[in-house]
Design a protein around this ligand. Structure first.
Ligand SMILES: [Zn+2]
Length: 230
């Protein structure tokens, strides 16, 4: 056992994996248990797949399989969590739930299929952007209708900004391209991207939980939809 240039990548997402497993076992949305388990499980699987990829990428002949697992873990979060995002966020506009999901899922299937077959990081990023734009369109509709709390909307925006920052760092290879050899073991672009990925998924969890406790429970109680536009 020794420290190597994948150790920091494994440790960062192993810690995040532990946090999301703890949350999964805590079950904090009692009125929507299936949405809780599926959404938080997707965060757990994303972190687990990343740990497996960075642990085994150099130890077996199946590098592409581990990479595919890592990529599918990231897309899996977007794929699964959107159900809770739409279901809770449009609790005061229930007629918009099905059209939003019908818009999102064909694009999601297409993006995941194409990303799974992509040969380069740039291609995978392109299909992730397609999915991100579709999610962004639904978020803009929520903003226009003032659906959900301002806190949840701000946190979803923060999630996308932090996620994008991580992607830009990863592609640009900053800071190691400025100081070759200094960041071989820690604080290189990929490790910083890992921290951004954890922060983005944490924002997603926090925003979904706010959507659940403020908007969804409020709609069930008849207190959240009094002054809605639409
Ligand atoms: Zn990674």
């Amino acid at each position: 056992m020794r420290i190597h240039n994948e150790t920091a990548n494994i440790v960062t997402h192993l810690g995040a994996f532990g946090v999301f497993v703890y949350l999964l076992l805590s079950q904090l949305w009692p009125e929507a248990p299936w949405l809780y388990y599926t959404s938080v499980a997707s965060l757990v699987v994303c972190m687990l797949n990343s740990v497996l990829y960075h642990t085994f990428m150099n130890m077996t002949a199946h590098y592409d399989t581990w990479l595919l697992l890592d990529v599918l873990g990231i897309f899996g979060c977007f794929f699964v969590c959107e159900v809770a995002i739409v279901w809770f966020g449009f609790a005061c506009f229930p007629h918009l739930r099905s059209p939003s999901l019908l818009l999102y899922y064909p694009v999601a299937f297409f993006a995941i299929y194409k990303a799974g077959r992509a040969e380069t990081m740039a291609d995978r990023a392109k299909y992730m952007s397609v999915l991100g734009l579709t999610r962004g369109a639904i978020l803009l509709l929520r903003m226009y209708l003032a659906a959900g709390t301002p806190f949840a909307l701000r946190t979803y925006v923060a999630m996308d900004v932090v996620g994008l920052l991580g992607a830009v760092l990863n592609v640009s290879k900053v800071p190691e391209r400025w100081y070759p050899g200094v960041f071989d073991y820690a604080c290189n672009s990929h490790m910083l991207m890992h921290l951004c990925a954890f922060a983005a998924l944490a924002c997603c969890y926090i925003a979904m939980t706010d959507d659940y406790s403020s908007t969804y429970l409020g709609a069930l109680a008849g207190t959240a939809c009094v002054h809605v536009r639409g």
